[in-house]
Design a protein. Structure first.
Length: 193
């Protein structure tokens, strides 16, 4: 299968998982329904929710992952779908920039970084995951760095590298033009088995 075909399949199927994004008119709604976090402020809009294990299994089996690779994702990834973007509709508003290396996870009294695309390479090396599956995985994840003009947004999966059922807080950091901003989301939870 060609790279273009893989990319188109991933984009189409992932968009089916991400059916909603944060409302442009909402402000802070916090926890909105079971496990869905929606927030908007200081130029950023964000929605994120844990993917249940059947969603993870179905999505990645559909990308050609074998049972061992899918089990690692279910047991180690703590996958969340996300929609992130610039909340402003004013063309003169500043760009919003994110860099996931600035984000922090707070769990069990400790602090750690998110697991990004490159953090998964040693796992896939160990499991001998093929290039097509790696490409599909890479394109399903939210880009580690991105800049958004007013009204721009993107969606993708976030991986937190935690076991199923783990409760944690997430500090999201972004830049609104030259101003560094942050927001801590408390009580997030990885899907349970």
């Amino acid at each position: 299968m060609s790279f273009k075909a893989i990319f188109l399949r991933v984009a189409f199927l992932f968009s089916a998982l991400v059916l909603t994004s944060a409302s442009a008119s909402s402000q802070e709604t916090g926890l909105d329904g079971p496990g869905v976090f929606r927030w908007q402020g200081d130029g950023l809009r964000l929605e994120t929710a844990a993917l249940v294990h059947d969603q993870v299994r179905g999505f990645f089996i559909g990308r050609g992952f074998d049972a061992k690779g899918v089990d690692v994702l279910v047991n180690e990834a703590c996958l969340f779908r996300s929609a992130i973007g610039n909340a402003s509709t004013d063309p003169a508003a500043p760009d919003i920039t994110i860099d996931q290396s600035e984000w922090r996870i707070f769990v069990n009294g400790g602090e750690r970084e998110l697991r990004t695309r490159s953090d998964w390479d040693p796992v896939w090396d160990r499991l001998n995951v093929g290039i097509e599956q790696r490409v599909a995985f890479k394109w399903a994840l939210f880009p580690p760095e991105q800049q958004f003009k007013p009204t721009d947004y993107n969606w993708g999966m976030l991986t937190f590298g935690l076991p199923p059922g783990t409760r944690f807080d997430l500090e999201v950091v972004w830049h609104e033009g030259d101003h560094k901003r942050s927001k801590r989301f408390e009580g997030m939870e990885c899907a349970k088995q």
